[in-house]
Design a protein around this ligand. Sequence first.
Ligand SMILES: O=C(O)[C@H](O)[C@@H](O)[C@H](O)[C@H](O)COP(=O)(O)O
Length: 236
Amino acid sequence: MKISDLKLPEHVSVKSFDSRIALTNALTESISQQLNAAVSAKGTASLAVSGGSTPVPLFQALSKQDLPWTHIITTLVDDRWVAPEHKDSNEALVRTHLLQNKAAQAPFIGLWQANTPASAAAAHVNTKLSAIEGPLTTVILGMGNDGHTASLFPCSTQLPLAFNSDRDCEAVKPTTAPHSRMTLTPKRLFNSEQRILHICGEDKLDTLAKALEIDDPNTMPIGLFLRQPITIYWAP
Ligand SMILES: O=C(O)[C@H](O)[C@@H](O)[C@H](O)[C@H](O)COP(=O)(O)O
């Protein structure tokens, strides 16, 4: 499958690259411009990032950008319910690769809280997230090959709750992936200026093709995000 074979709606833009390095450079440039413009216009910007393996080179490149980081609130689109010392923690990933170098000064809102199950912590994490007023400047989504994005997993019984939630985040428990999670809700993710789907590898094209064909977000949650404007950044 080639990316040009995907039958994408007009509101979905595609930026396809020959290499992951070229993708990282272009995406770093685009996000930097967006964040700079938001800080110039409003005095503040926000960046919500995914975990997983794909964004690590992007985080490293972004961290070296000369941006007004003290005015750029960073957060996660989801985290696994483990302490930041745990190898599976997305907060740890962000602290290790993004909140370094010039970005070390960026304020960060984590989604994890100690000594509480995720379900009991959701209200408190919602309150923390309310520090980000108005639309998120930039949201970077990833995608798993079961069609999940953020921690909106098709297998989780909390998916309808998260889909219909008026809150910024909800606790979910996937059955096909480890750990309870805290995920931003579609309501919060759609309240954003720039949404990016950052994916690499041929297998992710097959997943996208399936999501477009099925067109049922309950089966392939990424499908929900293909119904609104989004830019796909892809490299082999
Ligand atoms: O916490 C997470 O796991 C993510 O935020 C998740 O939604 C991720 O983006 C996809 O699973 C893709 O992961 P890869 O980049 O590792 O393929």
